[in-house]
Design a protein. Structure first.
Length: 69
């Protein structure tokens, strides 16, 4: 894994509002994953969309586990 493929992304937990920072691995391409909130332990859905042409991040969307992203 290339260290350049790892980026930190800050956002608020959609359940409790706690400010969080997670490391996103862009070497996986566009993908959806789940991370647990460090405070309330709720599952947060994280959707990463990368440009197919450049590999650059187009969007990172977070939501509750049952949200449709």
């Amino acid at each position: 894994m290339d260290d350049d493929a790892l980026i930190e992304h800050a956002f608020d937990c959609p359940y409790c509002g706690t400010s969080l920072t997670f490391v996103i691995d862009t070497s996986q391409g566009s993908h959806t994953t789940w991370e647990d909130c460090h405070r309330c332990c709720a599952p947060i859905q994280v959707q990463v969309v990368l440009s197919p042409m450049t590999g650059e991040i187009e969007a990172i969307t977070t939501g509750r586990d049952d949200d449709v992203l």
